[in-house]
Design a protein around this ligand. Sequence first.
Ligand SMILES: O=P(O)(O)O[C@H]1O[C@H](CO)[C@@H](O)[C@H]1O
Ligand SMILES: [Mn+2]
Ligand SMILES: [Mn+2]
Length: 404
Amino acid sequence: MARAIIIVIDSLGIGYSPDAVDFGDVGANTFANLARAYYNETGKEIFLPNLSALGLIKACEQASEQKFPYQGQEPNKGAYGFAQEISTGKDTPSGHWEMAGVPVLFDWGYFTDKKNSFPTSLIDDINRETGFDGMLGNCHASGTEILTRLGQEHIKTGLPICYTSADSVFQIAAHEEHFGLDNLYKYCETVRELLRDLNIGRVIARPFVGDSADNFSRTGNRRDYSVLPPAPTVLDKISQAGTKVISVGKIADIFAHQGIDEKTKATGLNALFDATLDHINTAQDNSLIFTNLVNFDQDFGHRRDAIGYARELEALDVRIPELFHAMSADDVLFLTADHGCDPTWSGTEHTREYVPIIAYHHQIDSVNLGNRKTFADLGQSVAELFNVEAMDYGTSFLSDLYRK
Ligand SMILES: O=P(O)(O)O[C@H]1O[C@H](CO)[C@@H](O)[C@H]1O
Ligand SMILES: [Mn+2]
Ligand SMILES: [Mn+2]
């Protein structure tokens, strides 16, 4: 039986979607805009020979009806299309759950006030349950900027740094040594519990190290505490039917550990990629290897670092042939994204965009999958591939991958 590999290039949007106006994101295009910025600042075209051969550039050109500078090839071995999100939010869980066949059609709870973001009653409950005298932050912030601003005070006072964003999140930054990793995780678990009536998607532990504002840096020990997806995802269905579902990176956290049979964590693009390859080299038949490449979003998208993002895409492109080499005759590879995060856009938030859907197996010709109406088309295709009952959302494109 087949194996499937899904790799999420976290935040690689390919052009603002028709509903971007509701998000203030008309004009955003993570991929095209970073390629332009890279060309304008370095004089070089982004070099993506492998991802372009799979159709990534074409998918973006189709989604946005725009051209941008790149060096690569015409699509010649893969299926490529662009998918619109039907979930209400442009956050990571919504994007991942939708691609797994379960869009988020309800509204998340949000902390909308930029300052004094958390309700006083919630802060009181947190202080009482955790035994702390207070918290720092209590505002909207970028996770790196807030360390520069409050990291020192955190070390001095021992109080955790709590912040949020336009996403449905409660984030907690704390020093790995001064505050301690276990204490941070314990604090997060308490907050997760106290948020139960507010419909907040995730509590995120953001541990960091360093001894001054110049060198505070976040570590790979981030942990996401997600609520459960609103319905069984394709991961639950195939896992129950006997497919081994293997998470690489933060996939397991995003799915609240539902429908996951094995997990490997790793930090950084190359380590995540190596872990994915290890699983492709060893996983039994009838497995799904599901990887999230968080660095694109966390280190470049939110940091509004277009040049870094472009270089990271080139670094990913170089490694694509290793995937082909590791894949067996029946294996199917999917590349996609969960939302946009245009590094040339104002602010530091995600952007409402189409995402690419790329598929590859060794016998595939170049196939244009066109405009997909929901990310759930991927989940529906995975359901068909592993022979489980159809999901409620999405249209499978599996047969298109074997069209001659
Ligand atoms: O600025 P940092 O801490 O990276 O936060 C970002 O990461 C969160 C989760 O993706 C988003 O809500 C966004 O605010
Ligand atoms: Mn994401
Ligand atoms: Mn993000």
